[in-house]
Ligand binder design. Structure first.
Ligand SMILES: [Zn+2]
Length: 265
């Protein structure tokens, strides 16, 4: 089983194809001349290799020509496919995407600028000159479901498609606890104060390298004032009349659905 990722994942009939199934693509792309993909272990007994397609390879053109030829192989934006592929494919593809991103962004030692090599035993890069060791970067971020009298705070981020609302989220800063991050992000983005912050669940979110920490909290004080930069609209929504929210497979949806279940029972 193999993945071909940049931000896009090659899928064939809702799964990832085997290397032997993509020989045409490989012949046409110059991938044969690449130094090889990154092996990242076995899943369900099958070895998995992640490839970056060569520079200049156009996944949209490939998908269009595959469609012309009646083939079901296509490149899809992995991020859009969260929840569509089965959990195993999602997590393995997420891992592959994260690893390839990190590989591309850790080519040189941050301390002395020498080209990094791989560590012989760890999933890490090792500088052959100064010995600096670099592990894959994982950036923790919080995502939070805030309740007020049976309603949930949902916000429209300027990067969302039109009409889409979701929970507030933000990256942790140095020195913060998870609770401090949550309180700061909510204050900065919509100007309210929250309390009773509780951890609910987490999700690896490899776009490109996050770990989402899913929280719940209760409204305490203040009126909603979207910051107008990241958040252009926000409000309290009753579970009976939610706007368009993120799809299944996302932690935002999981937190919202769990709340809705409790609310309706
Ligand atoms: Zn170095």
């Amino acid at each position: 089983m193999n993945f071909f990722c940049g931000d896009d994942l090659l899928v064939k009939e809702q799964t990832v194809p085997r290397l032997s199934e993509v020989s045409e693509l490989i012949d046409g792309s110059g991938i044969n001349s690449m130094s090889g993909g990154s092996y990242f272990g076995t899943v369900n007994g099958t070895g998995c290799i992640a490839f970056n397609m060569p520079a200049g390879f156009n996944s949209a053109e490939f998908t269009a020509s595959a469609a012309d030829g009646g083939s079901s192989q296509q490149f899809v934006l992995l991020r859009r496919y969260v929840g569509e592929l089965d959990d195993f494919i999602n997590s393995a593809a997420g891992y592959a995407s994260h690893m390839l991103h990190w590989d591309r962004h850790s080519r040189y030692c941050g301390r002395c600028g020498t080209e990094n090599g791989w560590h012989p035993k760890e999933r890490a890069k090792l500088c052959p000159s100064c010995g600096s060791l670099q592990f894959p970067r994982i950036s923790p971020a919080i995502i939070i479901m805030i309740q007020k009298e049976g309603e949930v705070l949902l916000a429209h981020n300027c990067r969302f498609p039109e009409g889409r609302y979701s929970l507030l989220a933000g990256f942790m800063e140095m020195g913060e606890t998870i609770e401090q991050t949550a309180a700061r992000e909510v204050r900065e983005e919509v100007g309210i104060e929250i309390g009773n912050i509780r951890y609910i669940a987490s999700q690896s979110w490899p776009f490109p390298d996050s770990l989402m920490l899913g929280l719940s909290a209760e409204y305490r004080s203040g009126d909603i004032k979207p910051d107008g930069i990241e958040i252009t609209d926000a409000g309290w929504f009753n579970p009976d009349s939610f706007p368009s929210i993120p799809g299944h497979g996302t932690i935002a949806r999981k937190l919202i659905d769990e709340y809705t279940k409790t609310y309706k029972s």
